[in-house]
Design a protein around this ligand. Structure first.
Ligand code: URA
Length: 238
């Protein structure tokens, strides 16, 4: 059971004082009855709450899929740069979501945002082996020896030996290559550092898959949508 003003406050319907005023004016209805007392305790999971004629879609957690654009940082706050949270409407920001793992400022593509700490933890723990697939453009030709190096585990600049990764070459010329990289970890700049260890540079990086989910290509960069029930179930059952 929770206080009505707290529930509505958390959902972005105003401060405790504002909710109190709305209740006094008879604008808040709980299970069909006018709620005059904003401090009344109700079960938000079962009660039907209406405010200003609108039914409140109560939920504790939100789950968003963002097609991250370049130039924004995967953080909830930054002194200099725009963050992925700045891209969201206030109706989502009130839930205080955070990014699930990080993409570099110049990396684009699949990024989940949620305020569900438990799911976040599950999805980013390397021991849970959630595959992340990246499309990358590389400045040099990539060949079978690189594929083998990925498979056996690349040692990056700080001496860390990465878990085996999968490298698939889409095209390779003297001017550069297009590849798909699948890894399960998410070390800082990992894909870039893996290629640096092979004396090559990543010039473009886009995350296209996260576990069983693919980037929704109908989302333009900077656009986002809520996950469907089915997608959420799929992620929770990993
Ligand atoms: N690896 C990187 O180097 N950068 C990213 O943003 C993600 C994976």
């Amino acid at each position: 059971m929770e206080r009505l003003d707290k529930i509505l406050g958390n959902m972005g319907y105003g401060s405790r004082k504002e909710v109190k005023a709305s209740c006094k004016k008879g604008l808040v209805i709980v299970d069909g009855e006018v709620a005059k007392d904003s401090s009344m305790k109700i079960d938000p999971e079962t009660a039907v709450i209406e405010i200003n004629g609108e039914v409140v879609n109560y939920r504790k957690f939100i789950y968003l899929l963002l097609n991250k654009p370049a130039g924004v940082v995967s953080a909830t706050f930054d002194n200099y740069d725009e963050t992925v949270i700045d891209l969201l409407d206030p109706e989502y920001q009130v839930f205080e979501p955070f990014p699930v793992g990080r993409l570099d400022k110049d990396t684009v593509g699949f990024l989940l945002l949620t305020n569900d700490g438990e799911l976040n933890h599950k999805l980013i723990a390397p021991k849970n082996h959630v595959d992340k697939v990246y499309y990358a453009e590389i400045n040099k030709p990539v060949d079978e020896s690189d594929v083998k190096a990925f498979r056996s585990g690349i040692t990056i600049d700080d001496g860390y030996k990465c878990m085996p990764g999968d490298l698939e070459v889409i095209s390779a010329t003297e001017d550069g290559s297009e590849v798909l990289v699948t890894i399960q970890e998410g070390k800082f700049h990992q894909v870039k550092r893996m290629f640096e260890a092979l004396d090559k540079s990543v010039v473009y990086l886009k995350r296209v898959k996260f576990g069983p989910m693919e980037l929704d290509e109908s989302l333009e960069e900077g656009e986002y949508r809520e996950l469907t029930e089915a997608e959420l179930e799929m992620l929770k059952s990993l």
